[in-house]
Design a protein around this ligand. Structure first.
Ligand code: PMP
Length: 396
C-alpha cells in the first residue's frame, strides 16, 4: 500500500527557493536556483526564440511523432555549434546527434547506454559536481567514483585532480564539465586541459563532456575549446549538450547526446543503441524546443540576434563578478574574493562557509546554497555595495 511508501526530502535547492518566496523582506536576494536572471531579476524568453516560435506556428504542419534521434535540422545545426563548422569528425562522418529532453535527458540516456553496452566501466565525477550527476548515474546503475576538483579551502586544485586521474582504471568513463563548472565556477586553463587529455589518452579513458553552459563563459566557440581539442585528438568522445541556458528554453526540455566514434560504421551501431535505449525512456523526444533551436541556428538573421543575446548574458555575469570584487575592496576583501572574478559561468564557489551562508540568510535575506555556491546572475548591480557590506560583516 501507499502507506508503506517512505517520504524522501525534497531537492535542497528548490527548498531554498520556497524559503526565499516566503521571506517578507523586500530587499531579499535569491542567489540559489540555477537560472539566468536579467537586471530586473527576470528570466525572459529571448527575442530570437520568440521570433522563431512565430515562424514555427505558421509553418508547422503536423504534430505526428518525430524520429527517435529527433529533429534533423536541430541535429545538424547543434553538431556544428558544438564541434565547430569544419570539425574533422563531421567531415569524416563519425559524429552524430540524438535529441533528448534537456541535458538531463542526455545524461540519463548516456548513463543507460554505458550500463547496457559498456558494462563494468565506472563513471568518474568531479568532487564536487552538479548533485543530479550523483543521483542520476546511480539510478542508471553505474558505479560512481570521484576525482577531487577543489582543496579544503574550496579552491581549484589541478594537481590533486591530475594525480587522481592518473589512477583511474583504464577504460573507465570520466565526466568533464566542458565550461562553467557547476557548482564551483572554476574552469581549467588550456594547459590544464592538455594535461587531462594526455592522461585520458594514455589511460584510454572515455571522456564524457557535460556541456550545459555553452556561451556563458568566454564565448560560443571559446567555451567549446576543450571539447574540440578532445574530439580532434581522440577516436571516441561523448558529449551531452543542453539548450536550456543559452537558448533560455529551460521548460521546453531541449538537449542532445552527441557521439564521436572511431569510424562511420561504429557511429551507426552506437546510434542504434541510443535510439533503442531512448525508446524505453521517452520513446521519441519533444519537438518544440529543438525546432526553435534549429530555426534560429539555420537562419543568419535569427542566429545573429541570438548570439547578441547570449553575449549580453555573458557580459552581465562578467560585470557582476567584477563589480562584486570591486565592492568588496573598501572592506579589504578584494584579494580574498578575487577568485569570484576569475570564475566562469553562472555559479561561484564564494568560499563562504555554511555558518556564514546561514547568517546572510537570517540577517540580510540573501539566499545561497550552504556550500557557499552563489548564482552570480541573481545579483543586483545596484546593490553590490550593500551585499559586500553584509559579506564583510559575516566574514569579519
Ligand atoms: N548539467 C549541468 C552541469 C547543469 O547545471 C544542468 C542544469 N542545471 C544540466 C546538466 C541539465 O540541464 P537541463 O536538463 O535543464 O537541460
Amino acid at each position: 500500500h501507499f502507506s508503506d511508501v517512505a517520504r524522501v526530502p525534497g531537492d535542497p535547492i528548490l527548498g531554498l527557493l520556497d524559503a526565499y518566496r516566503a521571506d517578507p523582506n523586500p530587499a531579499k536576494l535569491d542567489l540559489g536556483v540555477g537560472v539566468y536572471k536579467d537586471a530586473l531579476g527576470l528570466t525572459p524568453i529571448p527575442k530570437a526564440v520568440k521570433q522563431a516560435e512565430q515562424r514555427l506556428i505558421e509553418s508547422e504542419k503536423t504534430k505526428s511523432y518525430i524520429g527517435g534521434h529527433g529533429d534533423t535540422l536541430f541535429g545538424e545545426q547543434l553538431l556544428k555549434l558544438v564541434l565547430g563548422e569544419g570539425s574533422p569528425a563531421l567531415v569524416d562522418n563519425r559524429a552524430g546527434c540524438t535529441q533528448t529532453p534537456g541535458g538531463t535527458g542526455a545524461l540519463r540516456l548516456v548513463g543507460d547506454f554505458i550500463a547496457k553496452c559498456l558494462p563494468g566501466r565506472s563513471l568518474w565525477l568531479s568532487d564536487p559536481t552538479w548533485p543530479i550527476h550523483e543521483t542520476l548515474f546511480t539510478a542508471a546503475r553505474l558505479k560512481v567514483e570521484h576525482y577531487p576538483y577543489v582543496d579544503s579551502q574550496n579552491r581549484l586544485d589541478v594537481p590533486a585532480m591530475l594525480a587522481a586521474m592518473e589512477r583511474i582504471p583504464s577504460g573507465d568513463v570520466v565526466l568533464l564539465h566542458a565550461c562553467c563548472h557547476n557548482p564551483t565556477g572554476y574552469d581549467l586553463t588550456q594547459d590544464d586541459w592538455r594535461q587531462v587529455l594526455d592522461i585520458v589518452r594514455t589511460r584510454e579513458l572515455l571522456p564524457l563532456f557535460d556541456f550545459a553552459y555553452q556561451g556563458f563563459g568566454d564565448g560560443l566557440d571559446e567555451d567549446a575549446w576543450a571539447v574540440r581539442l578532445f574530439v580532434e585528438a581522440l577516436p571516441e568522445v561523448l558529449i551531452t549538450s543542453s539548450c536550456s541556458k543559452n537558448f533560455g528554453l529551460y521548460r521546453e526540455r531541449t538537449g542532445a547526446l552527441i557521439a564521436v566514434t572511431a569510424d562511420g560504421d561504429s557511429l551507426i551501431d552506437v546510434r542504434s543503441q541510443f535510439a533503442s535505449v531512448a525508446r524505453n525512456l521517452w520513446s521519441t523526444p519533444p519537438s518544440h524546443g529543438a525546432a526553435v533551436v534549429g530555426t534560429i541556428l539555420a537562419n543568419s538573421e535569427l542566429r545573429q540576434l541570438w548570439q547578441q543575446e547570449v553575449a549580453a548574458k555573458r557580459e552581465r555575469i562578467a560585470a557582476l563578478r567584477q563589480g562584486l570584487v570591486e565592492a568588496l575592496a573598501p572592506h579589504g576583501l578584494a584579494e580574498r574574493f578575487a577568485h569570484i572574478a576569475e570564475q566562469r559561468g553562472m555559479f561561484s564557489y564564494t568560499g563562504l562557509t555554511a555558518d556564514q551562508v546561514l547568517r546572510l540568510r537570517r540577517e540580510d535575506a540573501v539566499y545561497l546554497v550552504e556550500s557557499g555556491r552563489a548564482n552570480i546572475a541573481g545579483l543586483d548591480a545596484a546593490r553590490l555595495d550593500q551585499l559586500a557590506a553584509a559579506i564583510a560583516r559575516v566574514v569579519g
